[in-house]
Design a protein around this ligand. Structure first.
Ligand SMILES: [Zn+2]
Length: 308
């Protein structure tokens, strides 16, 4: 409670000195910006993560490159700037080698834009993705040449890529990718390495999301490459799954104690006290813990109250 009161005093003094509009902007930007930008986050890097597998980091985004006898396979172009920067890197590292297949992990536009920069021969996505794209503007999206549904094994060149369909989890178009020969798993928006999720994990159906993580954890693999921030080991995904479940359980018990949002008074402060201190005890050293705490708490409280 001490921290809550302290925060309110600070907020009050900012309101007096800056006015309300600028307070909202300053508070939101001050909270969110350090999560997405800063030393160790900004910049690009190309890393080898297996015998024939590489990962490219562009600011807080990260994708996967697989070198096969038939050409390169890339999972997620993300956006035109990232794809253009990656293409320059690929031309230097794999001169003359074409992008045989570009795979879209799920339909979200921040993962599926800018593919034309890579000049792929084939583009693969879940069959339901166009249904979503048709309802929004998507100027930088290149349409797939091949659609898949359910678990699908892609044999490209000499490499087996197992596309694991994750059901309704983070959209219902989501795949994780397991490359058995490399003992590696790539996930899109499922799992991070010692980093809390951004903005409550948008478009998440929490029960399906937990099931998806459990399914991936059952796989026998070593290297874990998520689509944002750093890469690591399978144990990082297990830690992340447990952090998500800790937050959900604490939120649920806070709701049981203080009621669903809107049925009592000063509930946000009470939810905060129930969830913040136990989470801080375990996860305060993770990237973005303070920056994202309130946004993640709101998502968990609302989700647990409504059942999603
Ligand atoms: Zn997404």
């Amino acid at each position: 409670m001490k921290n809550t009161i302290f925060t309110l005093i600070i907020l009050g003094s900012i309101i007096i000195t800056t006015g309300c509009d600028s307070l909202v902007l300053k508070t939101v930007m001050g909270t969110v910006d350090p999560y997405f930008h800063g030393p160790g986050v900004d910049g690009t890097k190309f890393d080898k993560v297996g015998n024939n597998v590489y990962t490219y980091k562009w600011n807080w985004y990260r994708n996967l490159i697989i070198d096969t006898d038939d050409g390169l396979v890339i999972i997620d172009p993300m956006n035109p700037k990232m794809s253009a920067a990656l293409k320059i890197e690929l031309n230097t590292r794999f001169p003359g080698k074409k992008v045989h297949t570009l795979i879209y992990s799920h339909y979200h536009l921040d993962h599926t834009s800018g593919g034309s920069e890579l000049s792929p021969i084939n583009i693969v996505s879940h069959e339901k993705s166009p249904w979503y794209w048709n309802n929004v503007e998507h100027p930088n999206l290149v349409k797939p040449t091949e659609f898949i549904s359910g678990d699908t094994v892609l044999n490209i060149g000499d490499v087996e890529i197992r596309a694991l369909y994750l059901g309704l989890s983070h959209t219902d178009t989501l795949y994780a990718f397991h490359i058995p020969s490399e003992r590696l798993v790539f996930t899109a928006d499922v799992g991070l390495v010692k980093t809390v999720p951004p903005i409550g994990i948008p478009d998440r159906y929490a029960p399906g999301y937990l099931a998806a993580m459990d399914r991936i954890i059952e796989i026998d693999f070593d290297t874990f490459v998520p689509s944002h921030f750093g890469f690591g080991k399978k144990s990082d995904l297990i830690d992340w799954r447990n952090m998500i479940e800790d937050a959900r359980k604490l939120s649920l018990s806070a709701i049981k104690k203080h009621g669903s949002p809107g049925v009592g008074h000063d509930q946000m402060g009470k939810y905060f006290d129930e969830v913040y201190y136990p989470m801080r005890e375990k996860y305060s050293t993770w990237h973005g813990f303070s920056d994202m705490f309130v946004l993640n708490l709101v998502r968990d409280i609302v989700g647990e109250s409504l059942g999603y």
